[in-house]
Design a protein around this ligand. Structure first.
Ligand code: DGL
Length: 276
C-alpha cells in the first residue's frame, strides 16, 4: 500500500466495531479503494470519557496511522468523538487529508417524522454535547426530541459482533422510556454501534416507523470529497487489488468471533497499533 499505487487510502476510525456500519456503506458505494479500519479497543468505550480525553486520544491514533500509511481521507465513524474532535483533527493533521465526521442524523429524522416526536438513541457523551443540542435547535425546533444516553447498548453490540447472543430483556429495559410513547415514530441511531442491533431494537419498539442513521450520507460525502481531490475511481485497473486492513490498539478478546466478523466485512489482515 504505497503512493505508487494509484488507489486512494481511506481510514475509518471508531472506538470499536460500530464504525463498520459506516465503513460498509462507504465500501458499497466506493469499492475501488484501500481501506484501513482502526478500532481503539484499548480506550473503549468512549461514551463516558471526558471531551479532552477523547480529543487527545483520537488525534494520537490518527497521527500514528497517518505517519505509517499514505492516508488520503479519514472518516471518524463515531458520534461520540465527532461531536468534539473535528476542529482539532482539521487543525493538526496534514491539510491534504480530508476529514469526515459522523454526527446524529437530526435533520433527516425531523424531516421524515410525521408525528414530530422523535428519539435520539446515542452514548452518554453524545446526548449531552453542545454540538448535539445545537443540531436539535437548528433542525428539529418543531419536534419533541427524547434522548436516551447509554453505554450498555454499545457493549451489547460489541458482544453480538463477537458471536454472543443478545439479551432482549436488557435491550427492552434500556429503551423502556419510549415503549409507552406511542406517537414517537422516528428513532435516530446516534451511535454507529446501534444499527448492529437493529433487528432486536425493532422488536422492542414495534410502533416506531422510521429508524434513521448517517451511513449513506457519509458515503456520499466521501465520494464528493474524493471527486474534489480528483481521487475518485469508478473502476480499478486490471492489476489493482484493493486491500482492507483492520487495526486494533489492544489484543482482541473472543478472537474467533472477531475473525468471523472480519471475513464477513472483507478484511484480510489484523494488525496492532502499539501504545508507545
Ligand atoms: N460508536 C461510537 C459512536 O458512534 C461510540 C462507542 C463508544 O462509546 O465507545 O458514538
Amino acid at each position: 500500500m504505497n503512493k505508487d499505487n494509484a488507489l486512494a487510502t481511506i481510514l475509518v476510525f471508531d472506538s470499536g466495531v460500530g464504525g463498520l456500519t459506516v465503513y460498509h456503506e462507504i465500501q458499497q458505494l466506493l469499492p475501488h479503494y484501500h481501506y484501513l479500519y482502526c478500532l481503539d479497543n484499548a480506550f473503549f468505550p468512549y461514551s463516558e470519557k471526558s471531551e479532552r480525553q477523547i480529543i487527545d486520544r483520537t488525534l494520537w491514533v490518527c497521527r500514528r496511522l497517518v505517519n505509517q500509511y499514505p492516508i488520503d481521507l479519514i472518516v471518524i465513524a463515531c458520534n461520540t468523538a465527532s461531536t468534539v474532535v473535528l476542529p482539532t483533527l482539521r487543525e493538526h493533521l496534514p491539510q491534504h487529508i480530508g476529514i469526515v465526521g459522523t454526527v446524529p442524523a437530526i435533520k433527516p429524522a425531523a424531516a421524515v417524522s410525521q408525528s414530530k416526536h422523535i428519539g435520539l438513541l446515542a452514548t452518554k457523551g453524545t446526548v449531552k454535547r453542545a454540538y448535539t443540542e445545537d443540531l436539535i435547535q437548528r433542525y428539529a425546533a418543531n419536534c419533541i426530541v427524547e434522548k436516551i444516553g447509554t453505554t450498555e447498548l454499545v457493549e451489547l453490540a460489541e458482544r453480538k459482533m463477537r458471536g454472543d447472543s443478545v439479551d432482549l430483556g436488557r435491550l427492552h429495559s434500556i429503551v423502556k422510556p419510549w415503549v409507552e410513547l406511542k406517537d414517537l415514530d422516528t428513532v435516530i441511531w446516534g451511535c454507529t454501534h446501534f444499527p448492529l442491533l437493529e433487528n432486536e431494537l425493532k422488536l422492542c419498539l414495534p410502533h416506531v416507523k422510521f429508524f434513521v442513521d448517517s451511513g449513506k450520507a457519509i458515503a456520499k460525502r466521501v465520494k464528493y470529497l474524493l471527486q474534489q481531490k480528483q481521487l475518485f475511481r469508478e473502476k480499478a485497473k486490471l492489476d489493482e487489488i484493493s486491500r482492507h486492513l483492520i487495526f486494533a490498539t489492544a489484543p482482541i478478546n473472543h478472537i474467533f468471533g472477531f475473525h468471523n466478523m472480519m471475513q464477513r466485512y472483507g478484511f484480510s489482515e489484523l494488525g496492532y497499533l502499539s501504545q508507545d
